[in-house]
Design a protein around this ligand. Sequence first.
Ligand SMILES: NC(=O)C1=CN([C@@H]2O[C@H](COP(=O)(O)OP(=O)(O)OC[C@H]3O[C@@H](n4cnc5c(N)ncnc54)[C@H](OP(=O)(O)O)[C@@H]3O)[C@@H](O)[C@H]2O)C=CC1
Ligand SMILES: O=C(O)C1=N[C@H](C(=O)O)C[C@H](O)C1
Length: 242
Amino acid sequence: MTSIGIIGSEGRMGVALAAAIAEAGHKHCGVDKGGNVLNLASDADVLVDFSSPDALEATLDACVAARTPIVIGTTGLEERHHYLIDDAAKDIAVLQTGNTSLGVTLLAHLVREAATRLDADWDIEILEMHHGKKVDAPSGTALLLGQAAAAGRGISLDTSSERGRDGMTGARGRGNIGFASLRGGTVAGDHDVIFAGAEEMITLSHRAENRMIFARGAVRAALWLIHQKPDRYTMPQVLGLS
Ligand SMILES: NC(=O)C1=CN([C@@H]2O[C@H](COP(=O)(O)OP(=O)(O)OC[C@H]3O[C@@H](n4cnc5c(N)ncnc54)[C@H](OP(=O)(O)O)[C@@H]3O)[C@@H](O)[C@H]2O)C=CC1
Ligand SMILES: O=C(O)C1=N[C@H](C(=O)O)C[C@H](O)C1
């Protein structure tokens, strides 16, 4: 039986994750804001983080000190957080992803494939909708799908994304990747990647019906990560897609 520590254990994902861990026959412990993350990292075999970007630095420090691998599912991360993750991954196994579900991991694979085959005359737009309590936009998944599309197209997302259109924006840039975010109700997470060509359109979509898909994927990733050497890993590696 594996002990999985949850950062953000009382949140929406923390509760779903605890259920998925129990369902898989493992045990869990957890912390929320103000909890002792070093104790948690020392007691658990692996941590899973679904909390807030503010928690990340202390969490990684604790994991490195305790030599405990970690799955990071928290979104809204900035460039400085990715540097912290790269640094920690020199000492421990770290898997960071904007979406732990198997469906989105496969979707990203398909998006990359489509973007490889369709030239820049096909406008790529990514539309996401989430529940009204979500605090970051675009979603981590939308950004992950944008990275997949950019990789397929051989461009950098940093210099080719169009976000937050409002007012006299001018025409969209050829080859750019656009993002739009909707918020409302209890939507667990919907994503559409639209390839809009001349007089035809392809849409690749994923609908999360509830949070258990993220939770089960995170458990699968955590159990896999325990057996990996220090490095930074991705969901496609867990699923053998890369
Ligand atoms: N990668 C994926 O597949 C998925 C990622 N997510 C991401 O997971 C994150 C959490 O989502 P969700 O569960 O809906 O959010 P919630 O707001 O419901 O839960 C967040 C939890 O984290 C806790 N928390 C906040 N700050 C800290 C801190 N500094 N240290 C420890 N715990 C802290 C909160 O405690 P308190 O209430 O005391 O502040 C709360 O219990 C988001 O970034 C979301 O986008 C969500 C679903 C899937
Ligand atoms: O906050 C959420 O709820 C979700 N967050 C992740 C994201 O930002 O993509 C994953 C999922 O879509 C649910």
